[in-house]
Design a protein around this ligand. Sequence first.
Ligand SMILES: [Zn+2]
Length: 234
Amino acid sequence: MNPNFLLSSLILLAGALVLVYLIYAALPAAFLRAENALRFRFSKHPKKELYLTFDDGPDPNYTGKLLDLLAENGIRATFFTVAEFAEQNPELIERMKDEGHSIACHSLSHKCAMFQGPQDTLADLTHTLEIMHGLGVNVRYYRAPWGLYNLTLIRELKRLGIRRVLWNVMIGDWSGRVTVSTLSHRLLARVSSEAVICLHDGRGTDHAPARTIKTLETVLPELKRQGYSFKTFQ
Ligand SMILES: [Zn+2]
């Protein structure tokens, strides 16, 4: 075979694969993020309300302590749980329900949808919903890991009537290199009316959720003092 023909065929194939990937995952993810940012930026007459949301739990080491803190402050939050972690910690899911928190979904096992084909995406979502239904949770909201959706996930969530949720405020609380003081400053500086705040009660590096909880011990009373109230995705 002519080596030039082989080379141009390979280049063409690689180009076609990149195009498919862009259409299937990269462009939809970028579009949803841009749309979310613009909607928040141009929201008219926002109310002084915040949505406190937690991803990556439940975690037996941290979620209980976080629930204690939320109860002390009379605040309800939305937990975007990883279904396999929820299955391993049913008592924490029960506690969330008993204490009036909203329980939503954050995938089956925290895989990135950008690297999953249609079949894997559907299989993971089906299994996720089976686990959550088994725990008595009717899933109405879904946040994909890293906020990255592919076309299959977008279409299937729409078909099931499950709404996608991204965020407006993120402070890097998963990092092992950030201090409680930095997290507190970032959170207070970035919060504004109707913001969806994304924090983490599981995973992270070097006991990250412990720093998230420590941060909230001082920041939650301060946000209440500033006149903010807290809402959940219901
Ligand atoms: Zn996550």
